[in-house]
Every structure is written in C-alpha cells, then in structure tokens.
Write a protein that binds this ligand. Structure first.
Ligand SMILES: Cc1cc2nc3c(=O)[nH]c(=O)nc-3n(C[C@H](O)[C@H](O)[C@H](O)COP(=O)(O)OP(=O)(O)OC[C@H]3O[C@@H](n4cnc5c(N)ncnc54)[C@H](O)[C@@H]3O)c2cc1C
Length: 388
C-alpha cells in the first residue's frame, strides 16, 4: 500500500509512524520547513494522558498542579492538588520528536512541501507536491490522508462537504506569545493553568497564561464567535490582557497562532474513496477547552487500525464516536453555548456565578475531570444554562 499523509501535526505524524511500522510505504509531507516553525499550540494536557500517549519527558516543558480562573471582574479563584495534574508541552520539541519517530519507522518525511489533490478515485488519488523552493512532484497513491488540521485542505479540494448548513463548522482562532519572565514576574503564574473568562477579557472567548520551563510563559487569547463574527482584533485583546496581568514589559520570544475547528454533531463525511481525514480535519478537537492533541493522536491510532484491517470509512466514524463517547459530543454543544454567548454584562454575571459556584463545590481534580474528561453531570444545574 502506498500512503501519502498531508500534515505532520500530532495526528498525521502519529499515523505515519504507525503505518510505516507495519511495513506500509508511507510519505509524510508538511508545508512547514522545520518542526519548530509556528509551534502554535499551547499544548496543555492532563498528566495521565501524556503518560498514556508516551509523550517523552524532554517534550514536557512544565508541570501544573492547580487551576486559576480570573473572573470577569478580575477576581482570582484557585484550586490546588497535592500532585501534578498535567503538563504543558513544548510543542516544537513534541513535533520534532514525532517527526524523528516517523523517520525511524522508515517513512519518507518531506518538510516544506505542500500537498494538493489533483484527482480522487475510489481506490487511488493523484496528488501534486510543491516544495518551498519551487520543485514539483506528482504521484499516485492508494491512500491519501488529510491531516492538514482545521483547514481540511484535501477534503475541500476533493469536494467533500466539511459541514452542512444545519451543522456548520465552529472555528476558534487563537494567538499566543511566548514571553521570557523572571522568577519574580512568573511567580503568580507558575505551577498552574490560568484562564481569564469574561467579555471584557476576550469577547466570545478566553485568555490564558501557561507556565513553561526557564521562567517562560505562554500567554494567549482565543475567540469562537458566532458566524456573524466580532470585529475586535485578537491582538488588541491579547495586548490588553498582558497589560492587565502586568506582563506587557516582558520580552517576546515568539509569536504564533492557529485555529481549532469542529462541527458540533460531527456527522460530516470523513473522506471519500481513497481520501481519509484524521485529527482536527476530522473534527476531533474539543472546542470547550480548545484542546485536541490527544484526540488527534487517538484518532490516528483508530484510523491506522481501520486502514490496516481494510475497514470502510463508515466504520471509522463509528469507532471514533464509540471511542470518544457522548460527553465529547456534549462538550462541543457546551462550547458553542458558552463562547457564542459570552459578549455582554449578563453573560459575564452568569460566568461569575458559575466560577463562584465551582469555587465552593469543586476540587482541582474535579475541575480537571470537568474540562478534560467532560464530567459535567456533577455540576449539572449550574451548567444547564450553557447547555440549553
Ligand atoms: C491557539 C491554540 C492553542 C491550543 N492549545 C491546545 C492545548 O493547550 N492543548 C491541546 O491538546 N490542544 C491545543 N490546541 C489544539 C491542538 O493543537 C490541535 O487540536 C492539534 O494540533 C491537532 O493536530 P492535527 O495533527 O490534527 O493538526 P495540526 O496540528 O493543525 O497539523 C496540521 C499540519 O498540516 C500542515 N499542512 C496544512 N496544509 C498542508 C498542505 N496542503 N500540505 C502539507 N501540509 C499541510 C500544517 O503545516 C500543520 O503542521 C490549540 C490550538 C490552538 C489554535
């Protein structure tokens, strides 16, 4: 079997390694010239998931053992656990690790190559590869995988509908800066994930400060606005957040950004003929917390098993649904309700009440279960206004 995977993020790289390790002839192509370019992901994960996915320690930049929420009025609420609950990855180091694994497995790795679909058939596809220096290659493959993330480049080129009018794609746009702090300036942000919630922080979204090793901080904002959109630039929200947090004087080491997107019901086709989608391109991300690394990697494992066993596309979708479960689907409904609605003082008051309620009721572990395992039922009545 000759396979071409477009996109070397967590999903594409995981799938490439898995198939190559099983003896398939695999090419992985990414438009990025190096794994450290646009390391856009904040890359926070629960510790148990990082261990389950065998993410090496050198990719884990900093642990976290608490949550800190700044409510619409700027009041800080904290929850602490005795032991680490999660890690913040160095996304560039993580991508490098994945790409090395792909090469070790015997797959061909093409960095700085853009893939485009020329012709799609039931059992093969013609593709064009264009390198950053203008070289062109064309080939025919038995299996073509769209792992291009939220852009869903190949699905679109193949004419596969990525959403419907009744279940449109929801897209969160994020920008993040990597800052160099000092032990003094990072003390308020160390060992915890901090989120800023309220329309005067970020309309239709949220801000965050995540710790990294060597007194570095990832500071970002993400917005998931209704389709009509909002005109306030994300960079304005980020600068204001930096100012309000007293971080606006810190040197900026890197600026990056990206998108995360999914349909809510996840009923769209995940490919056609020889084309299959995986990871964010297959709507696996969780829009509530804007996280999808582990989902991308899990979907790659599921797709790999389907391809190796010769299962059809429909079974792939069924297996994804079974693996992620109903809570994963509810999370996207909750995300739409929460982020779309967060744009006025009454929504801010609701958010402040929710945070206040969690303050009295939840533990740090409970918050992790809520946000990463989607254990909503414990807080059911408080979250109800967001679900309806
Ligand atoms: C601001 C922000 C913060 C985030 N924070 C977190 C977080 O804290 N925790 C978490 O788990 N998740 C987070 N996510 C989401 C997470 O990063 C994604 O869900 C995950 O990276 C998806 O992996 P993927 O492999 O499916 O796609 P991607 O990581 O998007 O990879 C797609 C790859 O395809 C390449 N590509 C695109 N088009 C082409 C083409 N035509 N030819 C070749 N290559 C192409 C791109 O260069 C890219 O490398 C965040 C996302 C954003 C935007």
């Amino acid at each position: 079997m000759r396979v071409l995977i477009a996109g070397g993020g967590p999903s594409g790289a995981t799938l490439a390694a898995l198939l190559a390790e099983q003896g398939w002839t695999v090419t992985l192509a990414d438009v990025l010239p190096s794994p450290s370019r646009n390391a856009y992901s904040s890359a926070a994960l629960p510790l148990a998931e990082a261990d389950r996915l065998h993410i090496p320690h050198h990719c884990r930049s900093a642990p976290w053992c608490g949550w800190q929420l700044l409510d619409p009025a700027g009041l800080e609420h904290q929850w602490w656990a005795g032991d680490p609950l999660g890690v913040v990855l160095d996304f560039a180091a993580f991508r490098s690790h994945l790409w090395r694994r792909v090469q070790r497995a015997g797959a061909e790795l093409l960095c700085g190559w853009r893939v485009s679909l020329q012709q799609l058939r039931a059992t093969s596809a013609d593709v064009l590869l264009t390198s950053s220096d203008g070289a062109v290659r064309s080939c025919t493959v038995d299996v073509l995988v769209d792992a291009t993330g939220p852009g869903r480049v190949l699905l679109r080129q193949g004419g596969v509908a990525v959403d419907t009018t009744t279940d449109p794609l929801l897209t969160g746009e994020g920008v993040e800066w990597l800052l160099q702090g000092t032990p003094r300036t990072t003390a308020r942000w160390r060992d915890r994930l901090s989120f800023m919630l309220g329309s005067n922080w970020v309309p239709h979204g949220y801000g965050w400060v995540f710790p990294m090793e060597a007194d570095r901080l990832k500071v970002g904002v993400c917005r998931m606005a209704p389709l009509a959109g909002t005109s306030r630039a994300l960079s304005v929200s980020l600068r204001e957040l930096l100012q309000r947090c007293g971080l606006d004087d810190l040197p900026v080491l890197d600026r990056h950004g990206g998108r995360v997107s999914s349909t809510v019901n996840r009923q769209e086709k995940l490919g056609d003929g020889a084309l299959w989608a995986v990871g964010d391109a297959a709507s696996t991300a969780n829009l509530l917390g804007g996280e999808g690394i582990r989902h991308a990697m899990d979907s790659a494992t599921i797709l790999g098993q389907c391809l190796l066993a010769g299962r059809p596309l429909l079974e792939y979708r069924t297996e994804l649904m079974q693996h992620f479960g109903w809570r994963w689907r509810v999370a996207n409904r909750l995300a739409r309700r929460t982020w779309w609605g967060l744009d006025d003082p009454s929504a801010d008051r609701r958010m402040a009440r929710l945070i206040q309620g969690l303050s009295g009721q939840a533990s740090a572990e409970g918050l992790s279960n809520l946000l990463f395992q989607y254990r909503f039922e414990r807080y059911g009545w408080r979250l109800l206004p967001y679900l309806i």
